[in-house]
Design a binder for this molecule. Structure first.
Ligand code: HEM
Length: 416
């Protein structure tokens, strides 16, 4: 069997941390191959990119997420006992529970909640000299997420909860004192969610089809309820990523600022909202890569993937692959106007089938939330973007405009 190329250097941990979003694709380009081997954290790893690699990675239960991510990232994001750590039939059963929350009514409801909380924030923003959108939209989304899941949140608790959820995302790409602090905050949120689950099980009244009740009453493949810890983790696995949509919303606002003709176009013709949102998800950096470990050995593209091998799929590089996207470094929503859809080329939230694999169950609500935010930005408010550092670093994970996107002179243009 022919061997695949090996990237230069004994261990590439430092290059990976420095290059982040472009680490895999740079080496693929240089080596003229969609897959190569190297070492990261002294561990051998196969890196791959492209639509075919995404198909191999996501279809057919070939990979497990167990042992595929550093412990701090795992603990701050999905955590132990979560759907992401399950495989095969056990995964499909838990995943179906998540997907049951993504009904057309559920999607419409979360967009309505976002609008309600956005309008409340807007009346505050009009009296502020400057508004930093990244944390502010995070606060709006924290309230939205709690209402949508039926997790109670008082006015007094809201700021701390929002900061805790935002810290989990911000610190996931770092290692240091901030990570430990974010982990400590997370433990607090986990305890709170566990208590809530126990209260629901003990008879606390919550709407029957709410996310909180669905998770509290879900039975796994063995017919048993989730442990209190696992149920708490899964509630956080809804709250945290909903808050993380603030990054995409800020990128969407940045795109409006840098391509101002789109503001008018979106206001006049709402059918452009979806292509615009898809281009935001393709173009801007969010998750650079995803890791997996081979469950049972198989051969692909001239390589033997042995049980336990560590493999990394390049999500950002696939979204910017010039064989799949014409002029990938240009922001061009038109490319999605008549897009037939392809589960392996647009992969910011994973690839393949929602039910059978690990593709993100929150994709539809992510799209709905960004669309609603864009409607509000274009149709319900006027504002300026003062001079600031709007650069986006491709070596910081997770990335965002450096200034957090500050707006000023906010006016409401439409009554709520
Ligand atoms: C903010 C934008 C989001 C991004 C960039 C994102 C990204 C991703 C990615 C790349 C995966 C695949 C992980 C893998 O292959 O192992 C994933 C899985 C997941 N996401 Fe998201 N996500 C986002 C929003 C959401 C939302 C809004 C929710 C919940 C409402 C959510 C819940 C989950 C869960 C539970 C999984 C694990 C699924 C599984 O293992 O089957 N995500 N997400």
């Amino acid at each position: 069997m022919p061997t695949i190329p090996r990237a230069a250097g004994v261990d590439n941990t430092i290059s990976f941390l420095r290059e982040a979003y472009t680490f895999v694709s740079r080496r693929c380009d240089k080596l003229g191959s969609d897959l190569f081997t190297t070492r990261i954290m002294l561990t051998p790893v196969v890196c791959m990119r492209g639509a075919e690699a995404a198909r191999i990675f996501y279809d057919g239960d070939r990979f497990t997420r167990q042992g595929a991510m550093p412990q701090t990232v795992l603990r701050l994001l999905q955590d132990k006992g979560s759907v992401q750590g399950l495989d095969g039939a056990a995964h499909r059963r838990r995943k179906a529970m998540f997907m049951s929350l993504m009904s057309p009514e559920g999607i419409a409801r979360i967009a309505e909640l976002l609008e309600r909380h956005w309008r409340a924030a807007l009346s505050r923003w009009t009296s502020m000299s400057e508004v930093k959108l990244l944390p502010e939209v995070g606060h709006i989304l924290c309230r939205t997420a709690c209402d949508w899941t039926d997790v109670p949140l008082t006015e007094r608790e809201a700021p701390a909860m929002s900061r805790e959820l935002q810290a989990m995302i911000q610190q996931a790409g770092h290692v240091g004192p901030g990570t430990l602090y974010a982990l400590a905050l997370r433990r607090r949120t986990e305890r709170r969610m566990r208590r809530l689950v126990e209260e629901v099980r003990a008879g606390r009244a919550v709407p029957k089809d709410s996310a909180l009740a669905t998770i509290a009453r879900h039975e796994d493949i063995d017919g048993a309820l989730l442990t209190g810890e696992a149920a708490g983790v899964e509630i956080i696995n809804l709250l945290r990523p909903i808050v993380a949509v603030n990054r995409f919303i800020v990128f969407a606002a940045l795109a409006l600022h840098q391509h101002p003709a789109w503001r008018q176009r979106l206001s006049e013709d709402e059918s452009w909202l979806e292509p615009f949102v898809q281009e935001v998800r393709r173009f801007y950096p969010f998750f650079p890569i995803i890791g997996g470990r081979v469950r049972e050995s198989f051969d692909w593209s001239g390589h033997r993937f042995a049980t336990g091998d560590w493999v990394i799929l390049d999500l950002y590089g696939t979204n910017h692959d010039s064989r799949l996207w014409e002029e990938p470094e240009q922001f061009r929503p038109e490319r999605f106007r008549d897009w037939p859809g392809n589960p392996y080329t647009l992969v910011p939230q994973g690839a393949g089938d929602f039910m059978a694999g690990h593709r993100c169950p929150g994709e539809w609500i992510t799209i709905a939330l960004i669309q609603r935010a864009l409607r509000l930005l274009c149709g319900s408010m006027r504002y300026e973007v003062p001079p600031q550092d709007l650069s986006i670093s491709l070596s910081e994970m997770p990335s965002a405009p450096r200034s957090g996107l500050v707006i000023s002179g906010v006016h409401a243009t439409q009554a709520g």
